[in-house]
Design a protein. Structure first.
Length: 229
């Protein structure tokens, strides 16, 4: 499952190593050398997961983790702390601030990938059968039913998966290629403009209850489901 992973790490060599390995594993990377820069980037795009170094110049990793978990806009993003070896106290403190996991340096790329996978699996709501609801639009993965203010909405299978993905990843921008990876899977012959076709169908189906306004086009970047205009 490809994800957008933010890597907050001030040491360029480690940053590069992590980015290289995560790209190999199919993830998209948002690299930030400091918590301050990461904060600015998050305002533009919400990552699916944050890898956060403990020791950072300026705001420390632990302070930043606290900030992420204390803000309703970002608190659902899983955080994996990167800590130096053997600092047991730090691990405890990190988990207390709401970090989802920690990895001790030096770590192997395999270990890091496994941890990321585990956290994403635990936190990825589109892998579960939970009912999701946004602004009166409800989707039930078990019964495949979608309703807008209780009125039934009829969707094709691709539009259903697309909407499910959007509703479980709200407020972040997804590029066409990310949507292809996440919704269509790795089908080699699907072109990016196919995404636009299904977005149009999805919007049309949501028009009667005005929920089409939730599906927003971000010029030059992709699409986003948002309650904010
Ligand atoms: Ca550091």
């Amino acid at each position: 499952m490809p994800a957008t992973v933010m890597v907050v790490e001030d040491e360029p060599a480690i940053q590069e190593l992590i980015a290289f390995n995560l790209k190999q594993a199919g993830h998209f990377i948002m690299a930030a050398p400091s918590a301050e820069q990461a904060s600015r980037m998050i305002k533009e795009t919400l990552p699916d997961l944050i890898l956060l170094d403990w020791m950072l110049p300026g705001m420390s990793g632990i302070e930043f983790a606290r900030k992420i978990k204390g803000d309703s806009y970002t608190k659902a993003i899983p955080v994996i702390m990167l800590t130096a070896r053997g600092e047991e106290q730090d691990k405890v403190k990190g988990l207390e601030t709401g970090a989802d996991d920690y990895v001790t340096k030096p770590f192997s790329p395999r270990e890091l990938n496994a941890r990321i996978k585990a956290v994403l699996r635990r936190r990825a709501p589109q892998m579960t059968d939970e009912l999701v609801e946004v602004a009166g639009l409800a989707l039930d993965p078990l019964t495949h039913r979608v309703t807008g203010h209780s009125a039934p909405v009829t969707l094709g299978p691709t539009e259903f998966r697309l909407l499910h993905f959007f509703m479980t990843h709200p407020e972040r921008v997804h590029s066409r290629s990310q949507l292809l990876d996440s919704v269509w899977g790795n089908q080699a012959y699907v072109e990016e403009r196919t995404v636009d076709v299904h977005i149009r169908r999805l919007r049309r189906a949501l028009e009667p209850t005005r929920h089409d306004a939730l599906v927003q086009t971000i010029r030059g970047a992709g699409y986003r489901l948002s309650q904010r205009i």
